[in-house]
Write a protein that binds this ligand. Structure first.
Ligand SMILES: NC(=O)c1ccc[n+]([C@@H]2O[C@H](COP(=O)([O-])OP(=O)(O)OC[C@H]3O[C@@H](n4cnc5c(N)ncnc54)[C@H](OP(=O)(O)O)[C@@H]3O)[C@@H](O)[C@H]2O)c1
Length: 254
């Protein structure tokens, strides 16, 4: 059973790997033996700290800075990872953000496009560059981090974000068809996870209300998303392709 989760010899790229959910994913995969490409945009010191923690686990990592809304920069993180480690087995498209809350009727087109760039086009560009390398391994894995808002619609001005994450879900399902059998593609749909995301976009009062709306009576931790990603990229999920796994404490039941 332990071997099912063994990632030694594998290389993973985690976008937004310096903070929150991405950091927890990077550490979880390193704990099971993967070498990690830790992508970050602006959180350099957080990414450096993630690298320190990965090295303390006895694994290796590389820091990869990029604004993933820019094609050359998105391509560069894959290219640098390949020149450092020579292969790519696992891609986790985790970077994303609501950017700014706006109701649809008030949303400037530039904001709409930027939200799609940050949450959807970034994942498209990194994935496109990564596919030839993932294919080569014959057992590649992609996990996209979606949002519960794809099921509920975006509340309180999160409509552009929900739409972009919805596109990322359909993208996931398309990849699951196009890239199999060499690559499996799946998605994780977090509920309310206590990270900087909510420090920026939710009030403390709303965080309390979320707990009351959740059957498990609390909000989630980044590590609880990371363990689901670990499962999906491992051989324990060898027949799981095109799936969407909810990690939401039962807050939304499909
Ligand atoms: N927390 C939740 O409750 C929750 C729920 C559902 C889905 N999610 C999703 O989970 C993922 C991680 O979020 P989090 O909660 O861990 O919050 P977070 O710490 O704010 O993480 C967001 C990450 O996205 C990166 N990023 C933002 N804009 C970018 C850009 N233009 N180019 C490259 N990277 C960019 C950030 O990198 P830098 O910090 O280096 O700039 C950061 O690492 C996101 O996709 C989010 O939508 C979170």
């Amino acid at each position: 059973m332990k071997d099912l989760f063994n990632l030694s010899g594998k290389v993973a790229l985690v976008t937004g790997g310096g903070t929150g959910i991405g950091k927890a994913i990077a550490i979880a995969l390193a704990r099971y033996g993967a070498k990690i490409g830790i992508h970050y945009h602006s959180s350099k010191s957080d990414a450096e700290q993630t690298l320190v923690e990965i090295e303390m686990l006895g694994s290796k990592g590389i820091l990869l800075q990029a604004d993933l809304t820019v094609e050359d920069q998105a391509n560069s993180i894959v290219d640098k990872l390949i020149s450092e480690f020579g292969r790519l087995d696992i891609l986790v498209n985790n970077a994303g953000s609501p950017v700014k809350r706006s109701k649809i009727e008030e949303c400037p087109v530039e904001l709409w496009k930027n939200v799609f760039d940050v949450n959807m086009t970034s994942a498209f560009m990194v994935t496109k560059r990564a596919i030839p390398h993932l294919r080569k391994t014959k057992n590649g894995s992609i996990v996209n981090i979606i949002s519960l808002s794809v099921q509920t619609g975006g509340a309180n001005g999160a409509g552009p974000y929900a739409a972009a994450k919805g596109a990322l879900l359909v993208f996931t399902r398309t990849l699951a068809r196009e890239l199999a059998p060499e690559i499996r593609t799946n998605a994780v749909c977090p509920g309310v996870i206590e990270t900087r995301h909510h420090e920026m976009f939710s009030t403390p009062e709303r965080m309390q209300e979320y707990k009351m709306e959740t059957p498990l009576g609390r909000n989630g931790k980044s590590e609880e998303v990371a363990s689901t990603v670990l499962y999906l990229v491992s051989n324990a999920a060898s027949f799981v392709n095109g799936a969407l796994i909810d990690v939401n404490g039962g807050r939304f039941l499909r």
